[in-house]
Write a protein that binds this ligand. Structure first.
Ligand SMILES: *Cc1c(COP(=O)(O)O)cnc(C)c1O
Length: 719
């Protein structure tokens, strides 16, 4: 049963009859008009459902609907939101159709193992998913006919709680599809789409779901189909299983199944974008299609290459999936049969560097793509060095890996209080022009008092949320009083607040700031300049070092020496991320270099006027200007001690003094100057708009144009 048809049966008065449609197109989530519609419909219910309008409409009382129907302000917001949704879907006059009118029929397929669109659709684990989600949202805004392909994980990612001993408790809840904005994808004949993927000696049945995001659709694969064996039904149930064979099977379903789902739904992508190596089986399936149709392997590889873009994200060799050949043989036996007995040739595509019996997913993607991109300039350098063996005779600076630095979707990540300021001081059309650095030159025009008032408000709003989470633990989950303190009960609404939230992995060093207890206690409890720290993040279920780091942090949060000024917020997700990046005063990032490929949470913070305090890694290596935040020097050896020492010194000597030095009006002028610089320098350059336009102009459009040429004149790629 699809949630939208279910909702479609909801008896709503004609005047507001398109509410279910609005709720089922997740483009509502980055429209202030649409959010206002649902918020004003029933505010307590809006909060209770964590901003899920599908659930809200299923639960709302008829009196509330009646009240809205008689409220002219509600009706005006409704009309505006519906008009915006219709506009978003047809995208008249948007960027891509105006820029490339000849490519109006060319589709782009974007494959990713996770997509973070909204907290109500828990099919993401972290930064990779946020990047994919932001890419799709921006493609919709720019009018790019893009279709995302991923997994419908019925169990999603886990919900996190932490025990009194600091151990992460992973709670998986089966998703109720009726509460989510997904619907069955329909084949051209109107029947629910179903495809088959050869896996081992069987053909696995895969159901296909669709999510609407304005102009963009997301196609999600689901193996939880009654005809499949129990173990196969579970295959797509959760993200990133760690067991090798199950993971390989997932990746075959995503790559091979994804291509088949697009074909079954009638898509004809001109360009195929692979987000990280989990998606590389797309290359194999597309070659197999062409070989089955009579082409030679090399001609097929060339055709596929010339229409494929690959984005790599992982700066450590061990982070790239590689499977032994025998595992592939087990899983791909049926696949080889339809691939013209090219088994050895296919396998050779994934082996490299003397590693004769391992099939490396990143190597396949690199050999199968004419455009390879890293996610920051620093990461470009690391990637060129790491994969030197693929281009043995090419000097480092000429190895064909571009840097398209990540960006974040501005309408998604901007706080309402900041939107109001931008509207007034940058102009009502600021959203349409937000990747133009010229627009942001007007940031200094914002009166310091107004920006400071917005910053204070956002901090308090965030702390209200943190306190309510703590209360929920206390009243509903048997949390101990100490756990309630660790959840942030003693946080102060006016203190300088440092935020740290991301996946808890060792290399991100979430506990670096706790290295010297005495020193940190002095900083936090300074009589006139108190400082507090809010942390959040999940460790991957199989990541024991990450879980131990979480446990250490949690123990610190309970330590009375820190005076209740350290809080750990449980169950980090998109919702919590919004509140933290918007509500903290400083955003901390201290990974071991050069392991942060890009990082994006600091971009989200900066565009809300929350300056970044980070080592010069990932995007900050190119984003730091000297006046838009701070760099934590790590010394010659990059060691912990030097990094911690420099972090403390920055807080003591620069950050706390700037925050607490106020003029007669109570405004910290120097602080506000820094906040404005953060917005001015980061918002245009590290926006998803800049990033997606770069992909479109330098990769999608040239590839799509070549695909339109008659076959005879297509030059060989790589020639
Ligand atoms: C932005 C975001 C991330 C990525 O954070 P990094 O600091 O870039 O690692 C992870 N999880 C969520 C929920 C996010 O919103």
């Amino acid at each position: 049963m699809s949630s939208s048809s279910e909702l479609g049966n909801l008896a709503l008065p004609e005047r507001i009859g398109r509410l279910p449609e609005l709720a089922c197109d997740l483009s509502w989530s980055w429209s202030c008009e649409a959010r206002e519609v649902f918020r004003s419909l029933d505010y307590p219910l809006w909060k209770m459902t964590a901003h899920n309008p599908v659930q809200l409409l299923r639960m709302i009382a008829p009196e509330q609907v009646g009240r809205a129907l008689n409220d002219p302000a509600f009706l005006a917001a409704y009309d505006a939101a519906i008009a915006r949704m219709d506009g978003a879907r047809t995208a008249p006059g948007s960027w891509w159709p105006s820029r490339f009118p000849e490519l109006s029929g060319s589709q782009v397929a974007y494959f990713s193992a996770e997509f973070a669109i909204h907290q109500s659709l828990p099919i993401y684990a972290g930064g990779l998913g946020v990047l994919a989600g932001d890419h799709c949202k921006e493609a919709s805004d720019l009018g790019i006919p893009l279709v995302g392909v991923g997994f419908m994980y019925p169990m999603g990612y886990f919900h996190q709680r932490v025990s009194a001993e600091g151990r992460q408790i992973e709670d998986y809840r089966r998703l109720n599809y009726d509460d989510v904005a997904v619907e069955r994808a329909l084949a051209p004949d109107g029947s629910p789409c179903r495809i088959q993927v050869p896996l081992g000696m069987n053909n696995l049945q895969v159901a296909v779901w669709r999510v609407r995001l304005g102009r963009v659709a997301l196609i999600l694969l689901d193996t939880d189909v009654p005809e499949n064996a129990t173990w196969d039904r579970e295959l797509s149930s959760r993200l990133y299983v760690s067991e090798h064979e199950a993971r390989l099977r997932q990746e075959i379903v995503l790559g091979v199944g994804g291509v088949r789902a697009l074909r079954a739904l009638g898509y004809q992508p001109a360009v195929w974008h692979l987000n990280e190596g989990h998606t590389s089986f797309v290359v194999l399936e597309r070659i197999r299609e062409l070989v089955e149709g009579g082409e030679s392997f090399l001609a097929a590889l060339d055709r596929v290459r010339s229409t494929t873009v690959f984005t790599t994200h992982t700066p450590v060799p061990a982070g790239h999936d590689a499977f032994p050949f025998y595992l592939l043989d087990n899983q791909l036996a049926l696949f080889w049969q339809t691939a013209g007995a090219r088994r050895n040739t296919f396998l050779a595509l994934g082996s490299h560097d003397g590693d004769g019996n391992l099939f490396n997913m990143t190597v396949v993607a690199m050999r199968g793509s004419a455009a390879i991109t890293a996610v920051s300039r620093r990461h470009q350098q690391v990637t060129r060095q790491m994969w030197a063996s693929l281009w043995p005779d090419v000097p480092e600076d000429r190895r064909p890996i571009s840097a398209y630095t990540n960006g974040v979707h501005v309408p998604t990540w901007i706080a309402p209080a900041m939107e109001t300021l931008f509207e007034r001081w940058l102009g009502a059309d600021w959203r349409d022009r937000h990747d133009d650095p010229g627009l942001w030159e007007r940031i200094p025009d914002i009166p310091d008092e107004e920006l400071w008032a917005a910053r204070q408000l956002l901090r308090q709003h965030m702390l209200d949320f943190v306190r309510e989470r703590g209360r929920r633990g206390w009243t509903g989950e048997n949390a101990s009083p100490v756990q309630v303190l660790a959840a942030g009960a003693l946080l102060d609404p006016a203190s300088l607040t440092i935020g740290f939230a991301r996946r808890f992995a060792e290399y991100k060093r979430p506990d670096l700031i706790f290295r010297d207890h005495e020193r940190l206690a002095r900083i936090l409890n300074a009589p006139r300049r108190p400082v507090q720290i809010v942390l959040a993040g999940k460790a991957h279920p199989a990541d024991e070092p990450g879980k131990r780091a979480l446990q250490r942090v949690y123990t610190h949060a309970m330590d009375p020496r820190f005076g209740g000024r350290v809080a750990f917020v449980e169950d980090y997700d998109l919702h919590v991320a919004h509140l933290l990046v918007q509500g903290c005063d400083v955003w901390l990032n201290n990974p071991r270099e050069p392991l942060e490929a890009s990082g994006t949470s600091g971009m989200k913070a900066s565009l809300n006027g929350v300056p970044h305090l980070s080592v010069a890694d990932g995007w900050w290596w190119e984003g730091y200007t000297g006046s838009n935040g701070w760099v934590i020097e790590t010394g010659q050896d990059g060691g912990e001690a030097a990094a911690a020492e420099n972090l403390y010194r920055l807080i003591e000597e620069r950050i706390a003094p700037a925050f607490y030095t106020r003029d007669e009006k109570g405004v910290p002028r120097e602080w506000i100057r820094m906040a404005k610089e953060a917005i001015r320098t980061v918002a245009p350059r590290f926006s998803a708009r800049r990033m997606v336009k770069q992909y479109a102009e330098e990769a999608y459009a040239p590839m799509a144009k070549r695909a339109l040429m008659p076959a005879a004149v297509i030059p060989k790629s790589g020639a």
